[in-house]
Design a protein around this ligand. Structure first.
Ligand code: UDP
Length: 422
């Protein structure tokens, strides 16, 4: 196992952003677990949402006075090939986890567990299935509390893969999932808890941008800043329904000829399906130059995503299937109303009619876009409501607080158990 280094973060910078309840609770819980040591364990220090969250959560927790370290497990090609297949099977893709694959999985977990022998952590938080079997190799008489944090949707897993994983996770002291919809064996999991993912309000993707700066950035991609803009930020993937978004735009365009649409999407170079879907989207957009389809190939990075989310009159996240849907929280943070598919984590973020709308069809989506374009004051009010929802629920500081509350609960449970034994 290898320790992961992070840049420093200062809590004072966040103090002025977060809500007072979170701040007061953080003060309280930090004091309660001050003498405890925490380890976060995952597979990678870069790429993917987990690493992104830990790069904020770990240094910010340290600055709060929490004793926390981040470790990543060592692997090699064969291990990553096995864990990718395992991951996919757990998310419901067809396939099986062969005896050979299980052997490789366990060998790497055992190899990494050699490091644990000298650890003196009070809490070990293991992220996702890749290192889940580490618990099998813990010391005898270990008093450490082990917590498994699952970031994926395991609601309809391949049964054999789930059984294999379950034999490890049942030994943990607590399990954290993103939301109830993602959990298969609701009753049998130890101390089941739910935390949503969160955004870092001071990362380049979310830091406040002046309107003029956002306009300058988006105009580089051909956006006319004097005309209304609707956007969807997401991968080119059938589940994100970019083709449906173009249908929405076409309906809106009949009533609002000045409207523009931006589809802002990142491309993974190793994902051929993503490229195919991008080409389909480009074909559907055809010669309509008011549809801007842009990816990192055109220069889209965090700041550009920020600019599109800041400058759009309305954001759409018309997904058909979705995990949490971080783009919704990101959009709200820029005070932009979001219209989203009534599914997955989008349901937890959009309060229908308060900060945006939950929709089922293209027609309904178009109707709501039109409503917001015709009522800029309503759009502004909804955007503000969205930001407040994120401030209370979906900032990185709330994520830290959720961990602290769980640690505290586990300590309390143990001390009440001990006092009963005495
Ligand atoms: N994203 C990005 N550039 C893009 C498109 C998306 O950085 O061109 C980011 C987006 O801002 C969000 C993440 O990718 O942070 C997507 O997360 P989400 O939960 O919405 O969907 P996922 O892709 O994980 O299904």
């Amino acid at each position: 196992m290898e320790p992961v280094k992070t840049l420093e973060k200062r809590y004072v910078d966040y103090e002025e952003i977060i809500d007072i309840d979170t701040k007061l609770q953080l003060d309280y819980y930090v004091k309660r677990i001050q003498d405890k040591k925490i380890a976060m364990v995952n597979t990678t220090s870069f790429g993917g949402g987990v690493a992104e969250i830990l790069h904020s959560l770990v240094p910010l927790s340290r600055d709060l006075g929490i004793r926390i370290d981040w470790w990543k497990i060592k692997g090699a090609k064969e291990f990553y090939a096995v864990t990718k297949a395992f991951h996919n099977c757990l998310q419901g893709e067809e396939g099986t986890f062969s005896p050979e694959a299980k052997k490789i999985y366990l060998e790497y977990n055992e190899m990494n567990a050699a490091t644990i022998k000298d650890w003196d952590y009070d809490f070990i938080v293991v992220h996702d299935p890749q290192p889940a079997a580490l618990i099998n190799f813990r010391r005898d008489n270990d008093t450490t509390k082990w917590i498994w944090r699952c970031h994926i949707d395991t609601s309809t897993p391949d049964p054999e893969s789930w059984r294999f994983l379950y034999q490890y996770i049942k030994h943990y002291d607590a399990c954290i999932f993103t939301m109830p919809d993602f959990v298969k064996e609701y009753e049998s999991l130890p101390n089941l808890t739910f935390f949503t993912p969160t955004i870092d309000p001071l990362s380049p993707k979310n830091i406040p941008l002046e309107k003029e700066e956002a306009q300058t950035i988006t105009s580089r991609f051909g956006v006319d800043i004097n005309r209304p803009l609707i956007s969807q930020v997401s991968r080119f993937d059938p589940w994100k329904d970019p083709l449906g978004v173009i249908d929405v735009y076409k309906i809106v365009k009949k009533e609002f000829p000045s409207v523009q649409l931006a589809l802002v999407g990142s491309m993974a170079t190793d994902d051929p399906e993503g490229w195919d879907y991008l080409y389909r989207t480009l074909r559907k957009a055809g010669e309509d130059y008011d549809i801007k389809i842009v990816t990192e190939v055109n220069g889209i990075s965090n700041l550009e995503v920020n600019a599109f989310q800041t400058i759009s009159n309305v954001l759409i996240q018309k997904s058909i299937r979705e995990g949490f849907g971080l783009t919704v929280a990101e959009g709200f943070w820029k005070e932009t109303p979001v219209i989203g598919g009534n599914i997955g984590g989008i349901k937890y973020q959009i309060d229908d009619g308060v900060n945006g709308y939950l929709v089922e069809t293209v027609e309904e989506c178009a109707e709501k876009v039109l409503k917001l374009l015709r009522n800029p004051t309503l759009a502004e009010e909804m955007g503000k409501a969205g930001k407040e929802k994120v401030r209370k629920n979906f900032l990185i500081t709330t994520n830290i607080l959720n961990y602290l509350k769980l640690f505290d609960k586990l300590i309390e449970k143990e001390s009440s158990l001990l006092s009963r034994i005495k």
